[in-house]
Design a protein around this ligand. Structure first.
Ligand SMILES: [Zn+2]
Length: 196
């Protein structure tokens, strides 16, 4: 059985996962201990991830088909991040898939006010929708914000060989998704220098 605990491969969250659920979704597929790990490959994995991020309420029914839809949205977002990073036009199918997820549960901006002050939020318009449709729309909306954001944070692939994670780059010097990847690359360079 595929490992699905968050500790599989013991990667800490990549920079930006705290603010972007779309980025965190992209990073649910990663290389851990030399093999591909998929945290949302089945219904229990998808349920755990969605509830852990607060995207569906505890106890929501998430089917294997929902897990497949979540996995498909992940690959769409990854492809759109890659198009943005490469300044290339994305596949029309990826654009259509993201827009379909946005339209699956129309959300409108909403202002909420908590202890930390005013905060931009979203609320569902119309009748109660399938909680997974709402989660997919929220994830697609977050991806839309990352892709069109004009701030300095840009989605970037980790530069370490064999790592498939992404992170939000907030300064040009950052090339790795984690200190561990950076250390791994520096160690490989050191080895190459001394064993030629
Ligand atoms: Zn990495």
């Amino acid at each position: 059985m595929a490992a699905r605990s968050a500790s599989a491969g013991s990667h800490p969250p990549a920079p930006g996962e705290d603010v972007s659920c779309a980025l965190a979704l992209v990073n649910t597929r990663f290389m851990g201990a030399g093999r591909l790990v998929d945290l949302i490959a089945d219904a229990p994995g998808a349920t755990g991830w969605l509830t852990g991020r607060g995207l569906v309420p505890l106890g929501a029914a998430v089917s294997g088909q929902d897990a497949a839809r979540l996995g498909a949205l992940r690959e769409t977002i990854r492809a759109l991040f890659a198009a943005r990073a490469d300044t290339a036009a994305p596949a029309t199918g990826d654009l259509a898939a993201l827009n379909a997820a946005l339209a699956g549960a129309p959300l409108v901006p909403a202002l909420t006010w908590g202890d930390a002050g005013p905060r931009r939020d979203e609320q569902l318009i119309g009748p109660a929708a399938d909680p997974v449709d709402v989660a997919l729309a929220r994830l697609a909306g977050d991806a839309l914000g990352v892709l069109t954001g004009t701030g300095e944070a840009q989605p970037a692939p980790c530069g370490a060989h064999g790592c498939i994670r992404w992170f939000l780059r907030t300064h040009a010097a950052r090339q790795w998704c984690s200190a561990r990847c950076g250390d791994r690359v520096r160690a490989a360079r050191h080895y190459a220098r001394h064993h030629q």
